[in-house]
Design a protein around this ligand. Sequence first.
Ligand SMILES: C[S@@+](CC[C@H](N)C(=O)[O-])C[C@H]1O[C@@H](n2cnc3c(N)ncnc32)[C@H](O)[C@@H]1O
Length: 212
Amino acid sequence: MGKDRIPQNWPSSMPYLSQPSFAPHITRTQKDALRIRSPDLTAIIPSNLPRGPCSLVKIIPIAEPSHPAHGQAGLFAARHLEPGTLILPYYGLVHSSLPPHSIAHDKSDYDLWLNREVGVAVDAEKAGNEARFINDYRGVGERPNAEFRQCWDARSGQQCMGVYVLPAGKKNTPAKVGAGAGGIAKGGEILVSYGKGFWSKRREEQDAANRA
Ligand SMILES: C[S@@+](CC[C@H](N)C(=O)[O-])C[C@H]1O[C@@H](n2cnc3c(N)ncnc32)[C@H](O)[C@@H]1O
């Protein structure tokens, strides 16, 4: 892969993925299950979506001291993004969350369910694409302006995760992150909700570390 096929500010020590990678322990049954398109899978990655760096986003180091992810990076809109727009797919290592691998695999902050019924998740901790830099809205904006959705990748004929701008009418006007009447303004940070479970687990871990 040439240097031009890696986004600006991508960490030099980390592989950049332009498609999901599959852990060797994923079973044939799991792979086959991911190739089934159920009728409720209405979010689509179109067959003409180019692979490689996404022109809609920029990875930017967070220099603002008041930002809770100060010293890390975030993902920002390179142009205005309309409500409901597919921003980009979420790539990482597709792995089994069923035993014995769920035990071997220490769940990372970059791990998302791909299909709970099939017991498969996607983890972008050690390799991924720009989507791994999306921060949670807490402490940054009033509300999330984007969400992860399970979708159907028409290019590869399998299920995958994608990041979408929240549709209009879905609490989506965080002035602090630069959005107008919906969508995400150029330069605005793309923010999702990691969910209450993520933050309560983090609090428990911090409490345990403080007690130790
Ligand atoms: C999926 S990563 C997001 C990208 C990360 N900022 C980076 O540069 O790699 C998740 C991590 O980002 C940080 N983070 C994201 N949103 C945050 C928030 N609202 N408050 C505090 N930390 C946040 C936490 O350290 C969390 O473990």
